[in-house]
Design a binder for this molecule. Structure first.
Ligand SMILES: Nc1nc2c(ncn2[C@@H]2O[C@H](COP(=O)(O)OP(=O)(O)OP(=O)(O)O)[C@@H](O)[C@H]2O)c(=O)[nH]1
Ligand SMILES: [Mg+2]
Length: 213
């Protein structure tokens, strides 16, 4: 990390909080922003907050229901998607999986990073992370992803989401290929269930290192 000292992120990152109704998007937004549980009502339109974490600036949009217009109007220039699901609602997870796959096929979102917030994790009915991966068919997704268990009531998991985004943007914008830290990424695969794509990238980096040696 030493060589990254003093390097600045090139811009403010646009982040979308998306996911089925009632999953806890607004609760998570205000846990991220204020570390507080707010009383929410179903969001009509959107909420937006800016958040700084480890010198990275994020503009986070929480997209609700639109009576006119569409959340798609917000997709342009998106750097990262936090896809929030209710880990206790098995029926909605099936629907969430279909919606996620449509979202990821959208041309405007093709370069965006992805974290799944498995929310309402404190509930005794919550599915565990492995089950969320299965239900959302995440192994079929051809971009990097992570699943982080969250709780909109206490804010558990929100720091991990911010840390993951900083790590993702550091890899994407601040590190040269030869500076990439292979070991920590490998550990993260075990810990956070990152995707096959990341494993392939690591293989490429390993091959690059062998060629260099
Ligand atoms: N048990 C539990 N309830 C939660 C959690 N997060 C949010 N809730 C509750 O779930 C309900 C919906 O939360 P919101 O944050 O409004 O959800 P949303 O995704 O923004 O909903 P829409 O704006 O309607 O799409 C509220 O009653 C919240 O208090 C959580 O982690 N655990
Ligand atoms: Mg809302």
């Amino acid at each position: 990390m030493g060589s990254l000292c003093g390097k600045k992120f090139p811009k403010e990152f646009k982040v979308l909080l998306l996911g089925p109704e009632d999953a806890g998007k607004t609760s998570l937004l205000y846990q991220i922003k204020m570390h507080e549980k707010v009383v929410t009502i179903p969001t009509l339109g959107f909420n937006v907050e800016n958040v700084t974490h480890k010198k990275a600036n994020f503009l986070i949009f929480d997209l609700g229901k639109f009576e006119t217009g569409s959340p798609k109007e917000f997709y342009e220039g998106t750097d990262f998607i936090i896809y929030v699901v209710d880990s206790t609602d098995e029926r909605k997870l099936y629907e969430a999986s279909k919606k996620l796959s449509i979202l990821l096929d959208d041309e405007e979102l093709k370069d965006a990073g992805l974290a799944i917030a498995a929310n309402k994790n404190e509930s005794k009915n919550a599915l565990d992370t492995y089950e969320i991966i299965e239900r959302l068919e995440l192994k079929r997704i051809s971009r990097n992803w992570t699943v982080i268990a969250t709780t909109g009531i206490t804010g558990e998991g929100t720091k991990e989401i911010l840390d993951y985004m900083v790590e993702y943007f550091t890899e994407k914008y601040l590190k040269k290929p030869e500076e990439k830290d292979v070991e920590p990424i490998k550990k993260k695969i075990n810990k956070d269930f990152n995707s096959q794509k990341l494993e392939e990238e690591i293989k490429e980096i390993d091959e690059f290192k062998i060629m260099k040696d």
